[in-house]
Design a binder for this molecule. Sequence first.
Ligand code: GLN
Length: 483
Amino acid sequence: MYNLTIAELAKGLRAGEFSSVELTQTFLKRIHQHSALNAYVTVTDELALQQAKAADAKLASGDASLLTGIPIAQKDIFCTLGVKTSCGSKMLDNFIAPYNATVVDKLNQAGAVMLGKVNMDEFAMGSSNETSFYGPTKNPWNTNTVPGGSSGGSATAVAARLAVCATGTDTGGSIRQPAALCGITGLKPTYGRVSRYGMIAYASSLDQGGPMTRNAEDAAILLQAMAGFDEKDSTSVDQPVPDYLADLNKPLTGLKIGLPKEFFTADLNSDMAATLEAAINHYRQLGAEVKEVSMPTLKMAIPAYYVIAPAECSANLSRFDGVRFGYRCDNPADLSDLYTRSRGEAFGKEVKRRILMGTYALSAGYYDAYYIKAQKVRRLISDDFKNALSEVDVIMGPVTPTPAFGIGEKLANPIEMYLSDIYTIAINLAGLPAMSIPAGFINGLPVGLQIIGNYFDEARLLNVAHQYQQVTNWHQQKPKGFE
Ligand code: GLN
């Protein structure tokens, strides 16, 4: 049962082959059995069973959506009413959210069953899940390696069959990179497609929630429920949500694929290059035309991002002051001591590094030199994508420079850690949608193919991914020990 996709489970539930309560119990049992993976921060057993019962009633009455009764894991960045919402930080270890994020409300309305809250890098800052206050999550394909980050708990939960699907968020790669390293399908939607209300902010102009699933069809189902205008989020875009399942079976004949020459350089490891080449050949066989495109500003994405994201994070995280919610130090001497010790004691090293970098970049003497400059670079990067996407329908490339790396391997060197997002970050700066889909293995570890599309072209991305998944079975492989 736990190996089935959302679409398959929805059929089984309707046919009465099993109930949502049975399905939910199966997943809860697996979560506890595999707790060593450290995928979950909080397991909401009781709530899940209540939701499952309600879902069974809805199914019986014929008033059900495809997600009704489907067990899902929520990234611990989404506020969940009455349930701890930690964002992977000691700062929020005691925080019980007083309201639901819009995404959570929408999934509840669709009848999904929340199994619990999954682990993540602290405040979504990281690429390995190692910055979490709750310790690293392990990659089920090799438990000595990282699952990626920051949505590492989500990726591990889906890959190890500890949830059917999960939510994630992506500021610079946090859906796509863990999806690639764990062999699942992840989609970062166009900026503004999914409401950020109740999604704890890291870098507000880049953050975007999206689905993490076994395959593209499930991603379509989950995105359908997550997407849409929200008057509570002024950056959510008021544009109708198309039927993402409707376009899944369109042939790819004549699809124009662009390969940025800046992605396929000598720096790309040769196994990675060979894996991607094989994937692109599948697309040629499916009728696609492939051409080279050039985006010269891509190389500036990491430096621009590491000015903009920390600048925004330094502003967003100023709300955690030990006064209104979250951690408060013991016996503060005065107000200033309360602020500095609460923040000093509760934020981890990487979060502090980002706040310092951001505060520096925004300070009076440096604002123009760093922040404004980075914003200009951001525009150039968007223009490069705009040009490329005027010639082709989608852009393809790697998601990560290598498969999963070892736990601890990059901890001592933050720059090397930042470089793990070298292929994903530019897409966030441009606000475009992009997917990661399983495209092969290197030494037993999954490799992802990235598919980037034009604004609000998620339906096309999903179809392009789905067609590949009809002729390959990478997405169906299961990590040993978790089958
Ligand atoms: N690894 C990147 C960072 O640390 C991206 C994280 C994310 O997308 N949330 O900022």
